[in-house]
Design a binder for this molecule. Structure first.
Ligand SMILES: O=P(O)(O)OC[C@H]1O[C@](O)(COP(=O)(O)O)[C@@H](O)[C@@H]1O
Ligand SMILES: [Mg+2]
Ligand SMILES: [Mg+2]
Length: 334
């Protein structure tokens, strides 16, 4: 007889005692993210039917055109986390500055801040290709009951308490870590619950997939060009397969399951790469390391990079350990 799958709610309760600071607050926070993810999922699923696809007409602080779903997902995550009075601050890719939530209230004992990319891969919405949400959770460093400050958000990735993503794909999954491995939950849309479908996810040590926007090839540093050529050479299990969806969440998710490397290097066009350290690279790096993978900017471990600004960009190379180490070697030797 098939074994009954655990729901995300049951999993959270069962694992709460293993959290480093076990007050129930982090469990409630993950529960709120689960709720917002379901609301956004509902909207993503009917994107072609309602007036939710296309550009919103605004740009975010990074000068990128916001899609209607970027704005919608941003609102829903902020609303859910604010209404449930569960965090003291939120920083979002779509907001100019961080948002303080009752943090000046001395009765407010909430100690967590959330950093979020509400909709990742938003250029894929109009063409019905997978998108995602990425989140990263820290304990504030300033005292509870005082206004949150920039330093609460500009923490190194190695201080994360939890991180994860939702992938709105052929099925919708929530994948997260609290520092004790990575677990994946699939949404059963008929019932509206996430079920533990991918316990203890691990990157295979090696892989045969490389994911990089090769259209930028001529702008890449020599080390990256050399590594890409290595991936394409006929030798042993090479040439590798090239797979690039253009949505970090989906590319990462596939590579974690199948084994592969994802790269968004710096280039002459984007001297710091494109991906955001706080909303994209740190959470993915935490997940990668918890799943036995590796994440760096080619030279430095992503989670050891000192953040200097909210919307900072850094190059990202992450995935199967041996593949990332090989790419780093090419970069060092170039
Ligand atoms: O189109 P490009 O330059 O390859 O960029 C794709 C990358 O940009 C991103 O879409 C950026 O995410 P946003 O949609 O949140 O801005 C990543 O998900 C993706 O890996
Ligand atoms: Mg993104
Ligand atoms: Mg985004």
């Amino acid at each position: 007889m098939a074994h009954k799958k655990q729901t995300l709610g049951e999993f959270i309760i069962e694992n709460q005692s293993s959290f480093k600071y076990s007050s129930g607050e982090l469990s409630s926070l993950i529960n709120s993210i689960r709720l917002a993810a379901k609301v956004v999922n509902h909207e993503v699923n009917k994107a072609g039917l309602v007036d939710i696809i296309g550009a919103s007409g605004d740009t975010n602080i990074q000068g990128e055109d916001q899609q209607k779903l970027d704005v919608y997902a941003n609102e829903k995550f902020i609303q859910t986390l604010t209404n449930r009075n569960i965090v003291c601050g939120i920083a979002s890719e779509e907001e100019d500055d961080f948002i303080a939530i009752n943090s000046q209230d001395e009765n407010n004992q909430n100690k967590y801040v959330v950093l979020i990319d509400p909709l990742d891969g938003s250029s894929n919405i109009d063409v019905n290709v997978s998108v995602g949400t990425i989140f990263s959770i820290y304990r504030r460093v300033t005292p509870v009951g005082t206004p949150v400050k920039m330093e609460d958000f500009l923490q190194k990735g190695n201080q994360q308490v939890a991180a994860g993503y939702v992938v709105y794909g052929t099925s919708t999954m929530l994948v997260y870590t609290t520092g004790a491995g990575v677990n994946g939950f699939t949404l059963n849309p008929a019932i509206g619950s996430f079920y533990l479908s991918h316990p203890n996810m691990q990157f295979p040590k090696d892989g045969t997939i490389y994911s990089v926007n090769e259209g930028n090839y001529i702008h890449f540093p020599q080390g990256v060009k050399n590594y890409i050529k290595y991936c394409q050479e006929e030798e042993g299990d090479r040439p590798y397969t090239s797979r690039y969806i253009g949505s970090l969440v989906s590319d990462f998710h596939r590579n974690m399951i199948k084994g592969g490397i994802y790269m968004y290097p710096k280039s002459s066009k984007n001297p710091n790469g494109k991906l955001r350290l706080l909303y994209e690279c740190n959470p993915m790096a935490f997940l990668a390391e918890q799943a036995n993978g590796r994440a760096s900017d080619g030279f430095t471990r992503i989670m050891d990079i000192e953040p200097t600004e909210l919307h900072q960009r850094v190059p990202l190379i992450c995935g199967s350990k041996n593949m990332v180490e090989k790419a780093e070697m090419f970069m060092r030797n170039a």
